[in-house]
Design a protein. Structure first.
Lengths: 230, 493
C-alpha cells in the first residue's frame, strides 16, 4: 500500500491530510460552543479598557506575564482564585501567555492601584527593587487608540453577540450594564469620563493636562484595563 | 540523443540560501540582545531612551521568535526544497518556464512579507497570539506565498521523471499541508475596520475565537507549527543530506515509513500539553500529555534511522565537520524529543510550565537540531550550487565547537533557572505561607540569565563564522569539477 501511495502524489497528500486532521477534529471541535459561555459576573470590556488591552498587546506584556492561575495552593495564595473558563468568554485573543518572567496578572485589579501602576510603569525598579522589567515612558506620551477599540466593540457586538447595552447578572445578584456608544463621538466622551476618574488618582502632570485637554494617554487606558482584571 | 546528466537550475535555491544566512543572523542577534536585556535590564535602552520603545524586550521578543521561525528556518526549508526537489524528482526547474517564474515570484513576495512583518512588529502591530502576531493583511500575503510554494511542489512533482517519491518529498508535502491547515484556522479573524463601517485602524482585527477556545486553537497551532516547521521539514533535509554526504544508504525503509506515518498521526494530538492545569477540559490535557509521550516513538524512529545510517562509517564523524553537524543535529533531536515528553507529564509540567526550562527546551531543539541541520544542508549545497569547494574546513570545525559550547551553556543554565524558579514559586514555610515573594525568584536567576546570554553570544559568533565561510565559498574558493561532487563535499583547509 505504501509503495502504491509513494507513486501517487495526490492520494499521498490526501492520506497525509486525513491523518493530520484527526486530532483537531476530535480534540477541538466538541468543546467549542460550551467553553465560551461567560461566568456570572463576567462583563465585556468598556471602550477605555479595551483600548488598554490593545496597549497591553502592542507592548507584548503577555510575553512576560501570564493571565492564568493554576489550581495549586502556591498559585491561589499568590494570585487569588484559580482561573475559570467562563471568565475568559470576552477575551479575543486570550492572553494567558506562556512564560512568567514577571508575576501573573489575572486578578491584578484586586491588589494593585492606579497609583501603584503609574509609579511602576515609569520606574519599575523604584517600586520593586531588583526588578528586571523595563520602564515604559512612552505610554505617558502616546495617545490611546479609542477609535480602534470602539470599532472592535461594534464588531464583537455585531458578529459574536457580545452583550453590550444589556443587563448582565453579577455574582451578588445585582445587574450591570456595559455601554456600547451609539456614535464614535459618544464613545470618545464616555472613554474620557472614565479616563478622568483614573487621572484624578495619578500624579503625572502631563497626563493630567492631556486628559483635561480631552486626550487619553496610553497609560491611562492601560491602567483602566489593569484595574478591570479581577 | 545526448546522454549527459541533468543541469539543475539553482537560482531560487541560491536566493533562499542568502536569506537563510541573513535572517539567521538578524533573528539570533535580536535573541542575543534580548538575553542581555534579561541579565542586565539597562540594555533595554542601548540605543538611547528616545528609541527605547523599539529596543526594549517587549517589542523585540516577537521579532526574535518570528525572524528565527519564519525568516531563518523557512528560508532554509525553501532553499533546500528548491535544491532537493529537482534532484530527487530528476527534473530541472529550467525545463518549465512557469515553475521558474513561480519560484522567483515566491522569493519576491516572501521578501515583501518579511519587510512588512519587521515593520509591523516594531510598531507593535500585533494580534497578540504567539508566532501568529501578523495582522490580517500580512496573513493574506502569507497564504498567497504558501499557495505559490504548493504550486511549485506539485508542479515539479507533476513533471517528474522519477516516479517514486523519495522520503524527503513526503516530509515536504506534509510541511506544506500541515502549516496550511494550522495557519488558516488559527488566524481566523475579523477586520474591525470593515465590520464597524470604517472606524479605527484599517489593519486591526479581532479573533474569531474567544478565551479558552482561542487558547486551544492557538496551541494546536503553536505546538504544531513546531511540528511542521521545526521537525518535519528538517527531517526531510537529514533524510537527503546525511546519506548523500556520507555515501551511505538510509538504514531502514520500514523504519522511515513507521516514523513518518507515526509522526503525522501523533504530533497533532500533543498540542494540549501547553494547556495543562489551564481551563481547557481535563481529558484534553491528559490526551496532550499521553500523546506527547507516545511521540517519542516516531521521533526516535527517524533519529535512530539516521544514526544507524552511519553504521560502520563512524570515522567520518571525526573526519568531516559536515557529518559532525548532522550527527549532532540528530542527537539533539533525540535529546529534545525526550525532554519535551518529560515536560508534558502533568506533575513535571506543574513545575516547569511558565519557567525558563521551557525556553531552554525550545532552544536546544532549535539551536542544536534545526539550525545545525540547516547549516549542514547549506554547507553541502554550496559546492554543488557555486561549483566551488567549501572555503575552510578548519573554520567549520571552529564554528562547530563554538556553537556546541553555546548550546550547552544555553540549555544547562535554563534547566537550573527553570527548576529553581519553579521550586521557589511553590515553596511554603512551616506556617503554610509562601516562602518567597515573586521578586526573590527573579533576583536568583541573574547568574543563569548571564550564562545564557554568553551561550547565545557564542552561538551568534558561530553564525558570523558560518556567514563568512559561505561568502568566501561563493566568491573565492577553489573551483571544482563535477567529479568531485559525488558524496563527501570538497573542503579547503
Amino acid at each position: 500500500m505504501f509503495h502504491w501511495l509513494e507513486k501517487r502524489p495526490f492520494f499521498f497528500a490526501v492520506a497525509v491530510f486525513v491523518v493530520i486532521s484527526f486530532a483537531g477534529l476530535i480534540e477541538i471541535l466538541p468543546n467549542f460552543a460550551q467553553a465560551s459561555q461567560p461566568l456570572v459576573g463576567t462583563k465585556p470590556y468598556s471602550t477605555l479598557e479595551l483600548a488598554g488591552r490593545h496597549v497591553y498587546i502592542k507592548n507584548d506584556c503577555n510575553g512576560c506575564h501570564s493571565q492564568l492561575i493554576r489550581p495549586f495552593k502556591a498559585e491561589t495564595d499568590r494570585y487569588g482564585h484559580y482561573s475559570l473558563s467562563g471568565e475568559y468568554a470576552y477575551d479575543r485573543p486570550f492572553l494567558w501567555g506562556s512564560k512568567r518572567t514577571g508575576p501573573d496578572l489575572m486578578r491584578v485589579g484586586n491588589y494593585r492601584t492606579t497609583d501603584w501602576h503609574e509609579n511602576h510603569m515609569k520606574d519599575p525598579v523604584g517600586v520593586v527593587p531588583g526588578s528586571i522589567m523595563p520602564a515604559y515612558p512612552w505610554m505617558f506620551k502616546n495617545t490611546a487608540d479609542i477609535d480602534t477599540a470602539y470599532a472592535e466593540q461594534i464588531t464583537v457586538n455585531k458578529v459574536f453577540k457580545t452583550p453590550y447595552n444589556q443587563e448582565i447578572p453579577m455574582a451578588d445578584g445585582s445587574k450591570a450594564t456595559v455601554k456600547l456608544a451609539a456614535t464614535l463621538d459618544e464613545a470618545h466622551a464616555d472613554a474620557l469620563e472614565e479616563a478622568k476618574a483614573i487621572a484624578a488618582d495619578m500624579k503625572d502632570q502631563d497626563v493630567k493636562d492631556a486628559v483635561a485637554a480631552g486626550q487619553i494617554p496610553e497609560i491611562v487606558a492601560l491602567i483602566a484595563y489593569m484595574n478591570s482584571m479581577k | 540523443m545526448e546522454n549527459r546528466p541533468l543541469e539543475y537550475d539553482y537560482t531560487v535555491a541560491k536566493w533562499f540560501m542568502l536569506t537563510t544566512v541573513v535572517l539567521g543572523i538578524v533573528g539570533m542577534l535580536v535573541g542575543v540582545i534580548l538575553a542581555w536585556e534579561m541579565a542586565f535590564p539597562a540594555v533595554n535602552t542601548f540605543a538611547g531612551s528616545g528609541l527605547a520603545e523599539y529596543t526594549n524586550f517587549s517589542r523585540l521578543r516577537p521579532l526574535h521568535t518570528d525572524a528565527v521561525i519564519f525568516g531563518f528556518t523557512l528560508s532554509g526549508i525553501w532553499a533546500t526544497w528548491y535544491y532537493i526537489g529537482q534532484r530527487v524528482l530528476k527534473v530541472s526547474m529550467a525545463e518549465s518556464k512557469f515553475l521558474m517564474f513561480m519560484g522567483k515570484l515566491h522569493f519576491g513576495l516572501y521578501l515583501l512579507v518579511v519587510v512588512a512583518v519587521v515593520v509591523s512588529l516594531l510598531l507593535g502591530i500585533s494580534t497578540g497570539k504567539e508566532y501568529a502576531e501578523f495582522e490580517w493583511p500580512i496573513d493574506i500575503a502569507v497564504v498567497v506565498v504558501w499557495v505559490i510554494w504548493g504550486m511549485s511542489i506539485f508542479g515539479l512533482i507533476g513533471i517528474r521523471r522519477e516516479k517514486s517519491l523519495y522520503i524527503s518529498i513526503w516530509y515536504y508535502i506534509a510541511t506544506f499541508l500541515g502549516i496550511a491547515m494550522l495557519y488558516l484556522f488559527n488566524n481566523m479573524e475579523i477586520p474591525t475596520y470593515f465590520a464597524s463601517g470604517g472606524i479605527g485602524a484599517w489593519y486591526h482585527s479581532v479573533s474569531m475565537y474567544s478565551g479558552t477556545n482561542d487558547a486551544l486553537v492557538q496551541w494546536w497551532y503553536g505546538h504544531n507549527a513546531v511540528a511542521f516547521g521545526f521537525t518535519v521539514p528538517i527531517v526531510a533535509m537529514i533524510y537527503y543530506f546525511l546519506p548523500k554526504e556520507s555515501g551511505q544508504a538510509v538504514y531502514s525503509y520500514k523504519l522511515s515509513l513507521l516514523a513518518f506515518w507515526g509522526l503525522m498521526f501523533v504530533y497533532l494530538w500533543a498540542g494540549g500539553h501547553h494547556l495543562i492545569y489551564s481551563t481547557v477540559p481535563d481529558w484534553m490535557q491528559t490526551m496532550g500529555s499521553v500523546f506527547s509521550v507516545v511521540l517519542i516513538l516516531p521521533s526516535w524512529g527517524s533519529a535512530i534511522n539516521m544514526l544507524l545510517t552511519m553504521k560502520g562509517e563512524w570515522q567520518q564523524v571525526a573526519a568531516s565537520p559536515l557529518i559532525k553537524f548532522m550527527v549532532l543535529a540528530s542527537t539533539f533531536y533525540m535529546f529534545s524529543t525526550l525532554e519535551g515528553p518529560i515536560q508534558a507529564i502533568k506533575s513535571v509540567n506543574a513545575l516547569a510550565h511558565f519557567t525558563d526550562w521551557i525556553v531552554g527546551h525550545v532552544h536546544d531543539g532549535v539551536l542544536g537540531w534545526v539550525a545545525f541541520m540547516i547549516m549542514a544542508a547549506l554547507f553541502h549545497m554550496a559546492p554543488r550550487v557555486f561549483k566551488r569547494e567549501i572555503y575552510s574546513k578548519s573554520l567549520m570545525n571552529t564554528q562547530f565547537w563554538i556553537q556546541t559550547l553555546g548550546v550547552v551553556l544555553y540549555f544547562t543554565s535554563m534547566w537550573i533557572a527553570g527548576i529553581t524558579q519553579g521550586m521557589m514559586w511553590r515553596a511554603h514555610d512551616e506556617f503554610g505561607n509562601l516562602a518567597y515573594s515573586f521578586i526573590d525568584t527573579v533576583a536568583v536567576l541573574h547568574p543563569y540569565f548571564t550564562i545564557r546570554a554568553v551561550g547565545g553570544t557564542l552561538y551568534l559568533v558561530g553564525m558570523f563564522l558560518f556567514a563568512f565561510n559561505m561568502y568566501k565559498t561563493m566568491t573565492s574558493a577553489r573551483r571544482v569539477e563535477e567529479s568531485e561532487l559525488q558524496n563527501a563535499s570538497p573542503m579547503g583547509a
